[in-house]
Design a protein around this ligand. Structure first.
Ligand SMILES: NC(=O)c1ccc[n+]([C@@H]2O[C@H](COP(=O)([O-])OP(=O)(O)OC[C@H]3O[C@@H](n4cnc5c(N)ncnc54)[C@H](O)[C@@H]3O)[C@@H](O)[C@H]2O)c1
Length: 357
């Protein structure tokens, strides 16, 4: 580290990059935004003006050669995550990489290896680990307020790319660049949340998917995935790009059912999340659904980026590392095989690693 602040380089200055930096900027500590690169020069200039980024580069290789850059955020379309993360690791830079970590498990493994070989940190950017609403669920589990977790169910859906979510460039519908539809895009978030809350890895996957417009060879726009965890918990996820919802709204839901309690987190209005809990034991027993008072004083993206900086400065491992990203890509790969072949797929069946959507 050349200064007492960690020097950050941003690779990819699109829609999510702007949301992430905007959330972090007012809370940023012990870091400075040294450089940004994007093939769209207008986006780099915008980031320099909007966030005071010191230098702009057209080429990511120039950013990686900048000695003041200690760590990079890889915020580009999915197919660039592996080559850019590997190049950054070889240049000695720590990496926070957006989800999905990679298009395939093979790519994800190579990213992890590159980080290890070059002694740098690779963090998988799973922002939902920093969501206070999901942290409240984790606490209920840790406190025994649900008893033994039996089942878990999630939904993450919106009205689609170009409607609910407008990227700065055109790649989401291109199989070679995106790797998949809502399963790869939204599902990986929740696969990580489910692994975290269940406390076990997935043992088997079965999935159904459709492209509801019937366009030949199009990516899926709806996916339902059943998961069997190694500790006996059963899980289910629903991920969609066709859900009609009020403008600007994702429908997101997490349900965890245990032997003595249930919790349901629902996001169905802009900026409003409700955490409802019920139990058969303790002071809240048999009161019906109780709304738990959870707020989000610092946006989760801000917490996530600061956590990455703090971990690197203090020599700690982040809460989500490359292996967490790999596990979620692995679940997605097996789900695509299951849907294609119409069968339940064991995670021990590593023939899955080669087939994508
Ligand atoms: N965690 C979340 O909530 C979340 C939400 C949306 C997107 N994402 C992820 O973030 C990543 C980016 O998505 P987005 O929606 O911001 O896309 P986007 O199209 O808005 O932005 C991508 C940017 O990368 C730039 N780019 C393309 N090739 C480049 C290169 N070689 N070097 C540098 N820049 C390059 C593009 O010009 C564009 O500005 C994706 O992996 C996506 O899955 C995460």
């Amino acid at each position: 580290m050349k200064s007492d602040k960690l020097g950050i380089g941003i690779i990819g200055c699109g829609t999510i990059a702007e949301r992430m930096i905007k959330a972090w900027h007012p809370h940023m500590r012990n870091a400075r935004l040294v450089a940004a690169s994007d093939i769209n020069g207008g986006r780099v200039e915008h980031f320099k003006e909007r966030f005071g980024v010191e230098r702009g580069y057209a080429e990511e290789s120039a950013l990686l050669n900048d000695p003041d850059v200690d760590a990079v955020f890889v915020l580009t379309p999915n197919f660039l995550h592996a080559p850019q993360t590997i190049a950054a690791a070889r240049a000695g830079k720590h990496v926070l990489c957006q989800k999905p970590l990679a298009l395939t498990t093979d790519e994800a493994s190579r990213m992890i290896d590159a980080a290890k070989e070059n002694n740098v940190t690779l963090m998988a950017a799973f922002v939902k680990r920093f969501w206070p609403y999901y942290a409240a669920v984790r606490k209920l589990i840790d406190d025994g307020a649900l008893g033994r977790v039996v089942s878990i169910r999630t939904q993450f859906s919106h009205s689609g790319i170009g409607k609910y979510y407008v990227p700065a460039s055109n790649w989401f519908n291109d199989r070679a660049k995106a790797g998949g539809g809502p399963l790869a895009d939204l599902g990986v978030h929740h696969f990580d949340v489910m692994r975290w809350l269940v406390g076990a890895e997935v043992d088997y996957v079965s999935a159904e998917m459709t492209n509801s417009n019937g366009v030949s060879d199009a990516l899926e726009d709806n996916a339902i995935v059943n998961l069997g965890f190694a500790n006996g918990v059963v899980g289910q996820g629903y991920y969609s790009f066709t859900t009609v919802a009020p403008p600007g709204v994702t429908l997101e839901r997490l349900e965890v059912y245990g032997t003595v309690g249930s919790v349901i987190v629902t996001l169905s209005h802009p900026g409003r999340v409700v955490v409802q809990y019920c139990t058969e034991t303790g002071p809240l027993a048999n009161l019906g659904w109780v709304d738990l008072p959870v707020t989000e004083p610092v946006p989760a993206f801000g917490l996530m980026l600061q956590h990455f900086v703090d971990c690197i400065r203090e020599g700690r491992q982040p809460v989500t590392v490359g292996e967490d990203g790999l596990r979620t890509v692995e679940i997605a790969e097996h789900a695509y095989i299951s849907a294609k072949e119409g069968r339940r797929v064991s995670m021990r069946d590593h023939s899955g690693a080669k087939a994508v959507a």
